[in-house]
Design a protein around this ligand. Structure first.
Ligand SMILES: [Zn+2]
Ligand SMILES: [Zn+2]
Length: 230
């Protein structure tokens, strides 16, 4: 046995047992309704074959504040999280009730519900729009569940999907919450063993073609302004 192999074996023995499992660090940022963090945690556990570890809440990174729009820059939140050392977390999902925005196309700062590194390690979701659009806590929780599953789906490499009802469909906020947070068959196949089996037989139909994921941040459009738009 080579010395390198022996060293590897020693290192493997020294690794904590939980590192053998894929676990997701759920990081509340700023003041947050604990029930929404619960909903996000439950949704991740139900849909993905991972363990979830809830981190203690921490402040939003000051450098992410955008004084001109009075909201937080989503990509700067991702950068701040990337600088932190969450090892051995496999992926990190940040969740905040604060309003977040990022640059989309020609719009220098547009409100978004989430931003994810597609095929990367980190995403952030904001419940700001959902809290203003949902008439009941049941609807709110359903929207937050769909949002967190959608963004973590991006992190796992899934791009937007044209399939009606699929949780990876763009324009998530305009999808009735009753449609739940299921993946269509094609997205399910793309994610492979990272997803848990769905109990329901009413899976969304797969689209005609797959959209390959790319490793780049992907923003999810914020809901229309709650006042006077819907
Ligand atoms: Zn799909
Ligand atoms: Zn998306």
């Amino acid at each position: 046995m080579t010395r390198a192999l022996a060293l590897l074996m020693v290192l493997a023995c020294a690794t904590p047992a939980y590192a053998a499992e894929r676990w997701v660090s759920l990081q509340p940022l700023g003041e947050m309704d604990p029930a929404l963090v619960d909903a996000a945690s439950a949704a991740i556990s139900a849909r993905f074959a991972v363990r979830v570890r809830r981190e203690p809440a921490r402040a939003l990174p000051p450098e992410a504040w955008n004084p001109s729009r009075k909201r937080w820059r989503a990509e700067k939140i991702l950068e701040a999280i990337a600088r932190e050392h969450y090892e051995p977390a496999w992926k990190t999902v940040a969740i905040t009730a604060a309003e977040i925005g990022t640059t989309r196309g020609e719009v220098p700062d547009r409100r978004v519900d989430g931003l994810a590194e597609v095929g990367g390690a980190i995403c952030v979701i904001s419940t700001w729009s959902d809290e203003r659009l949902s008439e009941t806590s049941e609807v709110l929780h359903s929207r937050v569940e769909r949002l967190v599953v959608h963004e973590l789906g991006h992190v796992l490499g899934l791009a937007h999907c044209p399939s009606p009802g699929c949780v990876m469909r763009d324009g998530r906020s305009r999808v009735p919450p009753a449609q739940g947070s299921d993946f269509c068959d094609r997205c399910r196949r793309a994610a492979g063993p990272l997803l848990r089996e769905q109990a329901s037989g009413s899976r969304p139909q797969a689209p005609g073609q797959a959209v390959p994921g790319v490793r780049s941040p992907e923003a999810d459009a914020g809901s229309p302004k709650p006042a006077g738009h819907l």
